[in-house]
Ligand binder design. Structure first.
Ligand SMILES: [Cu+2]
Length: 274
C-alpha cells in the first residue's frame, strides 16, 4: 500500500514539474486538500487557493464515493436545496457542476482545476434506505479563494498527462494500448451527459465477456482506480500505477432519459497494458 501510494504521489509530483528535492518532499507529505470520510461525516478544510489542486480522499472503507461539486456563481441555489435535489436526480441538478473525485478504493487522489467560488463535497453512494449518503451528513462545503502572494507550487501549471482518456456519449475514445507503469490519466468529458471512469483489472486468463457476465466483476476482475461523476466539458487528472495486464474502463451512471446504465449503452472498453 505504501509502495503504491508513493508511486502515485511521485507521478503527481513529476506532473507538477517540481524541480527541487525540497519541493518534492513538501508535495509528497502534503496534498493541497485532504478530505476524510467516515459514515455520516466528511471532514475537509473550509477554503483552498484557486488553481490546479491535488485532492486526496481517505475513507473508512465503507465504499463512499465523494464528488466535488461546483456551485453556480450566482448563489441562487443554497447547499441544502442542492443536496435535496441531488438525492433523487439521475444527473447533477440545478446548474451545479460535478468535478469528479476518486471513485474506487479507500484512498485516492485526483488533480482538478479549482476556480474561485463555493464548492460542495458530497458522497453520492446510496444507502440501504435508497438515499445518498450526502443527505445523511456526508457533505461539506469549502470556498476556493484567490491565490496568496506565494501561490501553491504548480497551481498555475497544467499537469502533463501520460494518456488521454476522452469520454463521449457513450464511449471511451483514445488509445486502447497503454504502457505499464505510472500514469497520470487526462480524463475529459466531451459528451453532453455526466460520465465516470472506473478501471478494473481483469483476472489472469479472464476476458471482458467473463467480466461482463453474471457476477463476473467479482470473479473475473478487481477495481483499480477511477474518477467519479464528471460534468460535460470538465477535465481532471487521475494518477494510477498500472502493471502489465488487461483492464476494462466502464461507466455506471444512468442515462438521463431511460435510466439505463451507460455501460449497457456501450460505455465499456478493454485496455491492453504492456
Ligand atoms: Cu457515462
Amino acid at each position: 500500500m505504501l509502495t503504491r501510494s508513493s508511486v502515485l504521489l511521485a507521478t503527481v509530483v513529476s506532473a507538477f514539474g517540481c524541480t527541487s528535492y525540497e519541493s518534492e518532499e513538501a508535495t509528497l507529505s502534503d496534498p493541497d486538500m485532504l478530505v476524510t470520510v467516515r459514515d455520516g461525516a466528511i471532514t475537509a478544510p473550509g477554503s483552498i487557493e484557486s488553481g490546479w489542486s491535488r485532492i486526496r480522499v481517505e475513507e473508512d472503507g465503507n465504499g463512499h464515493i465523494v464528488v466535488i461539486f461546483r456551485m453556480p456563481s450566482d448563489t441562487s441555489i443554497d447547499v441544502a436545496t442542492f443536496l435535496a435535489a441531488l438525492d433523487t436526480a439521475r444527473a447533477t441538478p440545478l446548474n451545479v457542476v460535478a468535478m469528479g473525485g476518486p471513485e474506487v478504493g479507500d484512498a485516492g487522489e485526483i488533480l482538478v482545476n479549482l476556480t474561485e467560488g463555493t464548492y460542495v463535497l458530497g458522497c453520492v453512494r446510496r444507502g440501504d434506505d435508497g438515499h445518498r449518503h450526502a443527505n445523511s451528513g456526508e457533505s461539506a462545503t469549502f470556498e476556493v479563494i484567490a491565490p496568496s502572494a506565494v501561490a501553491k507550487p504548480g497551481g498555475d501549471r497544467v499537469p502533463v498527462a501520460t494518456v488521454d482518456v476522452p469520454m463521449a456519449d457513450f464511449a471511451y475514445i483514445g488509445s486502447d494500448q497503454w504502457r505499464a507503469g505510472e500514469h497520470l490519466l487526462r480524463v475529459e468529458n466531451r459528451g453532453a451527459q455526466e460520465h465516470q471512469l472506473r478501471i478494473d483489472r481483469l483476472a489472469d486468463g479472464s476476458i471482458i465477456a467473463d467480466w461482463a457476465g453474471p457476477n463476473g466483476g467479482n470473479k473475473h476482475g478487481s477495481p483499480v482506480a477511477g474518477v467519479a461523476r464528471l460534468g460535460p466539458g470538465e477535465v481532471v487528472y487521475l494518477p494510477v500505477a498500472l502493471p502489465a495486464g488487461e483492464y476494462v474502463l466502464y461507466c455506471l451512471i444512468p442515462e438521463l432519459a431511460s435510466g439505463k446504465l451507460h455501460i449497457e449503452m456501450g460505455m465499456l472498453r478493454g485496455i491492453h497494458v504492456k
